[in-house]
Design a protein around this ligand. Structure first.
Ligand code: ASP
Length: 434
């Protein structure tokens, strides 16, 4: 019998995980699930995170050094960053338009607002403390943070991915500049290590269907507790807001990216979608672009035919700085909270949100919940009460899953565009041109 394709296996794993979670909540098996099922999800995420730093380091070094000269690197680099910024701004503007048209924040009754504010005030404090550290810094601090004073320190911290990227770029550039006979063994070494890392990714992915089962089962029981009804009720209250975010995210996935993939990438969207589906499923299950990165790279190379030279540079960078879903979500969430508090935001304030949401999404780490921490910055800059985050925390995990899926799809879209314009897209046989 033919083996089921990986993305179907993952999808089945996810569905069974949700069903198990719901069943466990109704049958009082919450503790059993938390003790015996959820840890396997954690192990799966750990495995993915484990490989993220070595992968970024080695793939960027090999990626940069394979670009024969520095001018080629700077051309591809500026093109990549330019498109990343553009798609992010499009996402924020789309979020703003939707939230202004549908006004989900005005749907709350005043009593409900009071209730939410009190209920979640304590949870908000932690998020604000995290963000306060960011807020208290000077304007150039983000730049300073990119340059590590000790590379081994950065390598031990999954949150310091930009520093690892900086070092890898520097290393790769220097490798291009030394005499070829001296560079050759170093290149060989990193290429070999790269293959080993990709093989490890392969092995980890074999466990993905079980990993996502455990992740989603754990998530559902944690959310629902012993009373699945409460989760449903909470979701209904915030459903309208979620729908607006989801509408924006869907527009990105089903309108904006298809336009870019078919016009500039010159590839059928179905082919593109089919190629990266497992990465999307994984983004959904892990809520982390960084954890999904190995699979995004593998699928872009093997299923879409994007040259390694492009993926190894564009995707690690994208996972870290390009978050269209996150920026869209931040725009909707900020205006939603303002609406709930009865604050009218004029056009200047909304333009300010375009700016801060773009920067905040670049600054957000590619891990679960990072977009929500950075949302505090957007709120503060726009003069919206930070406690308002309380309103949106409940369904945040679900939105995080969805926006991460968009983030990863956006990275893949841009890598396809860069690859096509650089003549580095060589689709495997059935991939026809649109
Ligand atoms: N979880 C998102 C990501 O990793 C970031 C966020 O929006 O929280 O892409």
């Amino acid at each position: 019998m033919k083996k089921l394709a990986l993305h179907w296996q993952i999808l089945i794993g996810m569905t069974l995980g949700v069903l198990w979670g719901m069943l466990a909540s109704s049958l009082g098996l919450v503790d059993l699930t938390l003790d015996w099922v959820k840890p396997f999800g954690t192990i799966f995420i750990n495995l993915l995170k484990l490989i993220a730093v070595p992968l970024v380091l080695v793939s960027l070094i090999t990626g940069v050094s394979s670009l024969s000269d520095v001018s080629r690197l700077s051309r591809i680099g500026s093109k990549t960053i330019g498109i990343y910024l553009l798609t992010t701004v499009v996402a924020v503007v789309m979020g703003l338009v939707l939230v202004n048209v549908f006004e989900p924040g005005k749907a709350f009754s005043p009593e409900k607002r009071e209730e939410f504010k009190e209920q979640f005030a304590s949870t908000t404090t932690q998020k604000s403390t995290d963000a306060a550290a960011v807020e208290g810094q000077g304007p150039l601090q983000p730049l300073v943070d990119i340059v590590p004073s000790n590379i081994f320190g950065s390598l031990t911290n999954n949150g310091a991915m930009l520093q690892v990227i900086f070092f890898a770029l520097l290393f790769g550039i220097a490798l291009i500049m030394i005499p070829p006979d001296k560079a050759a063994p170093v290149n060989d070494f990193f290429e070999g290590v790269n293959l080993v890392i990709l093989k490890i990714v392969d092995l980890i992915m074999k466990t993905a269907p079980y990993g996502v089962f455990a992740l989603l089962a754990g998530l559902v029981v944690e959310f629902a507790g012993d009373d699945p009804g409460s989760a449903v009720e909470l979701l209904l209250v915030l459903g309208y807001y979620c729908l607006v975010v989801i509408a924006g995210l869907s527009l990105m996935i089903f309108v904006i990216y298809p336009i870019l993939v078919t016009t500039i990438g010159k590839t059928k969207y179905k082919t593109f979608f089919k190629g990266i589906f497992p990465a999307q499923m994984l983004a959904f299950s892990t809520s982390s672009s960084a954890a999904t990165l190995p699979v995004t790279m593998e699928r872009c190379e093997q299923n879409l035919g994007i040259n390694k030279e492009i993926t190894s540079f564009v995707l690690p960078l994208g996972a870290t700085i390009n978050m269209d879903g996150t920026s869209l979500y931040q725009a909707v969430a900020a205006v939603f909270i303002a609406q709930a508090y009865g604050i009218d935001l004029d056009i200047m304030a909304q333009l300010g949100i375009v700016m801060t949401a773009t920067l905040a999404s670049i600054g957000a780490a590619a891990v679960p919940g990072a977009g929500t921490v950075m949302l505090v910055i957007v709120l503060q800059q726009a003069g919206i009460p930070v406690e308002g985050i309380a309103l949106i925390l409940a369904p945040d995990r679900i939105l995080d899953m969805l926006r991460t899926t968009v983030n990863v799809t956006g990275d893949a879209t841009v890598s396809m565009m860069v690859a096509r314009t650089e003549g580095q897209l060589h689709p495997p046989k059935e991939t026809a041109t649109a």
